[in-house]
Design a protein around this ligand. Structure first.
Ligand code: SF4
Length: 383
């Protein structure tokens, strides 16, 4: 007669909000948390690899874990801090934007852009934003809250999973490479206003034993929080810095980017010079061109004079048109002329391809549309 195995009681079932969010953990924290289940140490490594190498979103998929442990994990922890609620695809099917709902009902956006061999993902760092930029849809609702590191990581894992698995319904035709190749923190929020969680996420996204994306393939975009730029200069990860300038003088910039009151252009550019001197890395200045507001040849000349001694590159961004906004994109001619003036002054300048223009891919636009009106037929409901 066989002795029945001891049945371990399952932990009490918890609601999603009460469960531990495993994506918030680094490896040491995961190992420590797992100790409560009296499971061998190597189980932490297995779970880590299921999350970051195989993009599992369900404990049931972790087939090399004992069934009891999988059930214990499912009852006490979660791998899915966000759920897709809507997605929208550009007509050329190379840009897809997903609106995610977080556990507390907040919504954020992320955009995947396919271009040649690049699979560039633009993610959010906050729900809403406190920076109040005049031309930005996200700014209008203010800041709801910072995202956790797990919520930042989860946006990347969602697209990594969908790129890697041809059976998952990503609505663009993806050929190789089938992994995220570039990451930009230019979605909703100011990443340097959520410094600790953003950098915790970046460490996991770049760690060779976790997601393993090269830091040089990541760009963090800020409106210019000077103390945090100084702090970033001391980080070991070689993440690229992009500064959203949008105007070369205080009078105009303060109206467009109110944070300029606290960190005027001269102060900001001094911080950037120190950053370049310390890191020896080229900085990108982002400049969203708005018709009749910041696109004159005189402003281009002023900008060239201010940037001439900085190791930098200027990225001119044709603004995404928003129907009820006074800020409209510059004409192609004005954009080309602005670029030419900078290039003539020896400043490397590119005009960013306007990707996803017809899918409200600009920062915060889909979220805003969803809040103000029912999702249109263009937006595919997701469950
Ligand atoms: S442009 Fe960026 S920093 Fe400015 S309000 Fe929008 S999300 Fe925030």
């Amino acid at each position: 007669m066989t002795t029945p195995k001891a049945v371990q009681p399952l932990p009490e079932q918890r609601t999603h909000a009460e469960r531990v969010a495993l994506l918030d953990f680094d490896f040491a924290q995961l190992s420590q948390w797992l100790a409560q289940f009296q499971t061998p140490q190597f189980r932490a490594r297995q779970i880590w690899e299921w999350i970051y190498r195989r993009y599992a979103e369900d404990f049931a998929a972790m087939s090399d874990l004992p069934r009891t442990l999988r059930e214990q994990l499912a009852a006490t922890a979660t791998l899915t801090p966000l759920a897709p609620v809507a997605q929208i695809v550009s007509s050329d099917r190379d840009t897809v934007k997903v609106l995610f709902q977080l556990a507390d009902g907040q919504t954020i956006e992320a955009v995947l852009m396919l271009y040649d061999q690049r699979r560039t993902l633009c993610i959010s760092s906050q729900a809403g934003c406190a920076m109040g930029c005049a031309f930005c849809a996200t700014a209008q609702g203010g800041l709801a809250r910072n995202l956790t590191s797990g919520e930042i990581v989860a946006q990347v894992l969602y697209f990594a999973r969908h790129l890697a698995d041809p059976t998952l319904p990503l609505p663009c035709s993806v050929e190789r490479p089938t992994q995220v190749t570039n990451l930009v923190l230019m979605g909703m929020g100011e990443p340097l206003h959520n410094y600790a969680n953003v950098w915790a996420a970046l460490h996991r996204l770049t760690a060779p034993d976790a997601f393993g994306l090269g830091a040089r393939h990541i760009t963090l975009s800020t409106v210019g929080l000077v103390p945090q730029i100084e702090r970033m200069a001391d980080e070991k990860l070689q993440v690229g810095l992009a500064v959203s300038l949008h105007a070369p003088n205080d009078l105009l910039r303060t109206q467009l980017v109110p944070v300029n009151k606290g960190y005027p252009v001269t102060t900001l550019l001094e911080a950037v010079r120190r950053y370049v001197a310390k890191t020896r890395r080229r900085v990108t200045f982002e400049y969203a061109l708005m018709a009749g507001i910041n696109d004159s040849p005189e402003l281009a000349q002023e900008m060239a004079a201010r940037l001439h001694d900085i190791l930098c590159h200027v990225n001119l961004i044709p603004l995404n048109p928003v129907a009820d906004s006074p800020f409209q994109p510059s004409s192609d001619a004005a954009t080309a002329h602005f670029a030419q003036i900078l290039q003539n002054a020896g400043i490397p300048t590119t005009i960013r391809l306007r990707r996803g223009i017809e899918i409200n891919a600009g920062c915060g636009q889909l979220r805003r549309a969803a809040a103000h009106q029912p999702l249109s037929l263009e937006i595919e409901a997701r469950h």
